[in-house]
Design a protein around this ligand. Sequence first.
Ligand code: GCO
Ligand code: MN
Ligand code: MN
Length: 388
Amino acid sequence: MTDYTPTPADKFTFGLWTVGNVGRDPFGEPTRQPMSAPYIAQKLAALGAYGINLHDNDLVPIGASAAERDRLVSDFRAALSGHGLVVPMATTNLFSDPAFKDGAFTSADARVRAYALQKTMLSMDLGHELGATTYVFWGGREGTEVDASGKLLDALAWFRDSLNFLAEYSQSQGYGYRFALEPKPNEPRGDIFFPTAGSMLGFIPTLDQPDLFGVNPEFAHDTMAGLNFAHAVAQIIDAGKLFHIDLNDQKMGRFDQDLRFGAENIKTAFMLVKLLENSGYAGPKQFDAHALRTEDEAGVWAFARGCMRTYLILKEKARQFDEDSEIQAALQAYRVQDSELETLSRGFTPEKAQALKARSVDRAMLGARGPGLEQLDQLTIELLLGVR
Ligand code: GCO
Ligand code: MN
Ligand code: MN
């Protein structure tokens, strides 16, 4: 591949809220004008994107009249079909309105929990109308600053009840959604419930219909917490739960930066792309990020183009990695195979256990071996730097 221009076959998606981000931060006012959803569809289609995802209120302002809702939805649908874009994923804004300031499904106020359910059902109706088949739950306000509030166990139960209710709602309506739970450790809450992929994977089997639920991991969320995102995604793939993915970038230990994909951690981004491509993940790849606050509209489209272009460049690098004979030789040398020992070590029998226990081990030889990882890593770096 020499041209890194995406096509819809690459399945790149953006949230309306990503390229539509107006550059507001806790210290400063917006630096860009809002853009309408049909205009965003036109621009993203021209760049080669596959689809657009949305929160209910990215399209329909909270409190809009039925007539206004219908007009906004039909204008957006016309733009989508006119530009050949789809809406693979929908989600609910359960974090902007002050009603949700202390949580939505995990609020200590039963009235807020009921409102969160109502709002989510209406948003699921909207998503279905637009063709979405994946529904994301990101619990941005589902957390605490004050644990003396004493709701740690209750919150888990309330969250479970809500997801069980909504899964049944989807089925009763014939929507057929698959649900993707998105972990994040903090921001906007001091501590958000279910901070990691592992927390979600542990929680899913406690739901009434666990097969309907998977994970929507995000690069920045693990990186903020100092975790390795590729490791998290590998565990989700291993569990068969990669239902959706949010790609962006982030410096470790900072505020939530939502940087352009590949802007910061090239090596982890490379390992991630390689993992996704080799795993056969066939779902959409959403860029959940936004242009820097410094940028004007041209910078927004440069940001969007850059996310997709970097992914495609890394995808090509992954193919080169797999075809590079020196790298492949280093990988082969790294893995030591021993078919007799591998047979003994897999699939317990009392005889195998006895034979293994009786075996003499040359610890000094094992400890003395150099696995060649410095050389492998340098080769990887040189590949990424473009000199291989
Ligand atoms: C964040 C989250 C959100 C969610 C979005 C869709 O850090 O703000 O990543 O962007 O992904 O609400 O669920
Ligand atoms: Mn995020
Ligand atoms: Mn996200």
